[in-house]
Structure formats: C-alpha cells, structure tokens
Design a binder for this molecule. Structure first.
Ligand code: KIV
Length: 264
C-alpha cells in the first residue's frame, strides 16, 4: 500500500491537531532527502527564482521553469504531498489558470499554489471545479513585490488583519484545500487557523498554524542574511540529511518556531 500523504490525510492531521512539515525543493537529490525525512509535504516554490537563479524577486520565474523543477522533484519522491507554484501572472484569468494548472498537475504536482488576496476567489472556484486542488498563499505575497514595495510583515494594522482574515474565509469557501500564511503576526495566524477547517501552513507566522514551511536553502544555513523567522538547522548536525530531519521533527513536536522566529 502507498504511504504517500494525501489531502484527506492532511485534513485528518488538522482535525487531530497533529503538526506537519513542508520544505521547498527544486531537484531530485534534495527531494529524496526530504522524502527520507518523512516530511508530509514538499513545495516546488517559485522562490527558486531567487535561490537557484539569483534574481532579486520571484517575478522572472516562468511556467517552463516550474514544470522542469516540478518534474525533477516528483521523480525522487514517493511520500510527500507535492505542492507547486503557479508563477507570477500565469493565472490572471480563468482559462490561463486552468491551462497552467493542468501543466503542473501533469508534471506530477498534487496541489497548485497561487498568491494573492480575497480577489482570488473566482480563480480558486474555477480551478476547483475542474479538479485542480488549490493552495492559496496570503499575507506577504512575494510575486507582487513591485506593487507592495518591500518584503514586510502583513496584517499588523486592524484593516490589513481583517482583510487577510476575510480572504482566508472567502478562499476556503471558494474551494481552497490548503492555506499558506507568510509573515503575518502570530495572533492573526492563530485566529485564521482556528477559523478555517482546511490545513494552514505558516512561514514567519508563529507556532499556531497546522504546518510550517521553510525554504530549503534557509534551513540548511546557506542564506547569507536570513529573515528573523529562519532557523539554521545545520547547527550541531553532522549532515544535510540530519538537518532536514531535525527541521521535520522539530515542526512535528512543536518546538519550531520559537518566540525569536515570530512576529507579534
Ligand atoms: O516560493 C516559495 O518558496 C514560497 C514559500 C516561501 C512559502 O512560496
């Protein structure tokens, strides 16, 4: 029997208050390491534009890049639920979103991730209707860096906090199966995680979300000036494999993130 993590399994983990982990990944070798570490999920994230390609944002990433890296990750992974990003401006209307989601699902992804706010609801609904499971990414949405101006914490003001909360509820109603919350205050992430019935994955959003994700290169200590929410899991570990396992285990037992990694 397959021991691959499925969406129903992830939903069950949420109901049972079991934490789960997610790590970004772009190639077969690291995919095998993350598989071996028993991370429940893996994300082929468009942050590859920065960590692999050296751009200063995720904006230049294309569908071709995402398909190539998704295929590489899929080949070496038998256990993780695989999330893959639709890149910037590849889901601006229903038809484009469906065509591009189809390409990532055919490359082997299990869930498509898109960034934005409550206005994503019609696209989430269209993708859901044709059988493409959607993860909606709220809070700091790096694809929109040119519009937002800088990478910062989102949801500190009451207005921004309410807008993110309402977007989370609206996107669950539209059919989203997972939420990612990036760089939102811990209290807001807790409120959203308790209000929705779908699994919520946090990054820089405190310890109360159902799952935690980090960018692979951050957690193995390769990023020169990592953000506050990153922990270098290589410290004290003899190998990259054990650093990855240490991240997965720390998330599952609830010892990561700590106060020092959290915005309040
Ligand atoms: O692209 C990415 O790596 C992401 C994570 C930061 C969640 O979206």
């Amino acid at each position: 029997m397959s021991n691959k993590v499925t969406l129903p399994r992830l939903a069950e983990m949420k109901r049972n208050n079991e934490k789960f982990s997610c790590i970004t990944c772009y190639d077969a070798t690291f995919s095998a390491a993350i598989n071996e570490a028993n991370s429940e999920t893996i994300l082929v994230g468009d942050a590859l534009g920065m960590v692999l390609q050296g751009h200063d944002s995720t904006v230049p990433v294309t569908m071709e890049h995402m398909i190539y890296h998704t295929e590489s990750v899929v080949k070496a992974n038998s256990k993780c639920l695989i999330l893959s990003d639709l890149p910037f401006m590849s889901y601006t209307n229903e038809e484009e979103a469906i065509n591009n989601a189809k390409k990532l699902l055919q490359a082997g992804a299990n869930v498509i991730k898109i960034e934005g706010d409550g206005t994503l609801a019609p696209i989430v609904e269209s993708l859901t209707k044709v059988g493409a499971p959607v993860c909606a990414h709220l809070g700091l949405t790096p694809q929109y860096i040119n519009a937002i101006g800088n990478y910062r914490v989102f949801g500190k003001s009451e207005e921004e906090s309410n807008s993110i909360f309402q977007a989370a509820v609206a996107l669950e109603d539209a059919g989203a199966v997972i939420l990612v919350l990036e760089c939102v205050p811990e209290q807001l992430a807790k409120r959203i995680t308790e209000a929705v019935s779908i699994p919520v994955i946090g990054i820089g959003s405190g310890k109360h979300t159902d799952g935690q994700v980090l960018v692979l290169h951050d957690l193995i200590g390769l990023t020169r000036r990592p953000p506050k929410f990153v922990k270098n899991f290589m410290e004290g570990q003899p190998s990259i494999q054990s650093a990855i396992s240490s991240f997965v285990d720390s998330v599952k037992e609830g010892s990561f993130p700590e106060k020092e990694h959290t915005y309040t």
